[in-house]
Design a protein around this ligand. Structure first.
Ligand code: HXC
Ligand code: NAP
Length: 291
């Protein structure tokens, strides 16, 4: 038993199938677990076969059908094949989670075009490819797609210009699909996790400054857990959310209320980027604008 099945029927999503990009680790894997716990069959996709197989073993222990597909979300043909394979193995897909993403801390003035494009390609284009490949499935099941956004979409964080641009694009894509696909009975929403403990994402973002500048800005005073994001994904996929579309739902303990100021100040004080001393722009005193 878990909090999820204490609160919701373990058969809430029985007879349905979910496809999750980036489902081999972190928040996306927790979402796969949660869907399996309430009876859904799940398919996970990512670039590393070994990682997917490890995750699939855990998921199979929960009893449902599990499929894996090695695919890079940047490759539209690979995504078509992954979605077809998943539907063959676990049945028509009624939930799609577009969760694959890449991130690193790098100041915009120092980032190569390829570095910026890589994150746009994985996060934004990857989400589009996933949605586009899944459309026929979603139309058949009158299903739902959930994108994974981030606070960087609407608050400016230092060294996250690429991620902010990608996630803002995802939010817009989500809203456009909600409008275009609503008439097919397809719902489109975005989950906006705050800092989630124990994840690759937070390992990268807290690397130089630790956790406190993040938790100080969170109204609830702590990191979230992958399971807390996953619970919202389950509710959003269920009939409980049958009239919810075009929504951007934060699971962030209230971080958005405080914004990015504390984290940005800590990065300035640390004066480091990628483990190296920065060029000084961030550690010098700011120019006085007013006398
Ligand atoms: C500057 C960097 C860089 C860094 C990579 N690049 N890391 N630039 N600083 N630290 C640049 C490279 O120099 C290269 O450009 C370009 O990006 C592509 O790098 P590759 O290593 O060839 O890319 P690839 O193998 O496709 O890997 C993608 C990746 C990698 C994003 C760079 O880190 C990855 O696979 N990440 C997946 C896991 C991950 O990031 N998880 C966290 C998701 S969390 P040049 O010009 O040099 O060739 C997340 C958090 C959101 O998204 C918000 C949390 C609050
Ligand atoms: P994670 O464990 O690194 O998850 C990212 C997953 O995406 C990995 O399983 C990775 O697997 C896969 N992936 C990366 N590039 C891919 C590609 N090109 N094609 C297919 N799969 C790819 O990170 P996480 O921290 O849990 O983040 C999960 C999601 O939550 C992301 O969308 C992230 O932006 C979002 N988010 C996280 C936080 C946080 O606090 N962690 C906060 C806000 C939003 P492979 O490398 O094997 O392909």
């Amino acid at each position: 038993m878990s909090v999820l099945t204490d609160c919701l029927s373990p058969r809430l999503l029985a007879g349905t199938a979910a496809f999750i990009t980036g489902g081999g680790s972190g928040i996306n894997l927790a979402i796969a677990h949660a869907f399996a716990e309430v009876g859904a069959d799940v398919a996970i996709c990512g670039r590393s076969e070994e990682r997917l197989e490890r995750a699939a073993q855990e998921l199979r222990a929960l009893g449902g059908r599990v499929a894996t597909a090695v695919a890079d979300v940047r490759d539209p043909e690979a995504m078509n094949a992954a979605i077809s394979h998943a539907a063959e193995k676990i049945g028509p897909l009624s939930t799609i989670i577009a969760g694959a993403a890449g991130n690193f801390l790098a100041p915009a003035h120092d980032m190569s075009s390829k570095g910026f494009r890589t994150v746009i390609d994985i996060d934004l284009l990857g989400s589009f490819h996933t949605a586009r490949s899944a459309f026929d499935q979603l139309r058949t099941t009158r299903g739902n797609i959930q994108f994974i956004s981030a606070g960087q979409s609407d608050n400016a964080y230092l060294h996250q210009a690429h991620v902010g641009a990608a996630k803002a694009g995802i939010d817009s894509l989500m809203r456009h699909l909600a409008a275009e696909w609503g008439p097919y009975g397809i719902r489109s929403n975005a989950l906006v996790p705050g800092p989630i403990g124990g994840t690759e994402g937070m390992k990268r973002l807290a690397a130089h400054i630790g956790e406190q500048p993040w938790t100080d800005g969170i109204a609830l005073g702590r990191f979230g857990t992958p399971g807390e994001v996953a619970a919202m994904a389950v509710v959003l996929a269920s009939p409980l959310a049958s009239f919810v579309t075009g929504a951007r739902i934060a699971i962030d303990g209230g971080l958005a209320l405080a914004g990015s100021g504390l984290v940005n100040r800590a990065l300035v004080q640390a004066g480091t980027v990628n483990g190296q001393i920065s060029d000084g722009a961030y550690s010098s005193p700011r120019p006085q604008v007013h006398p």
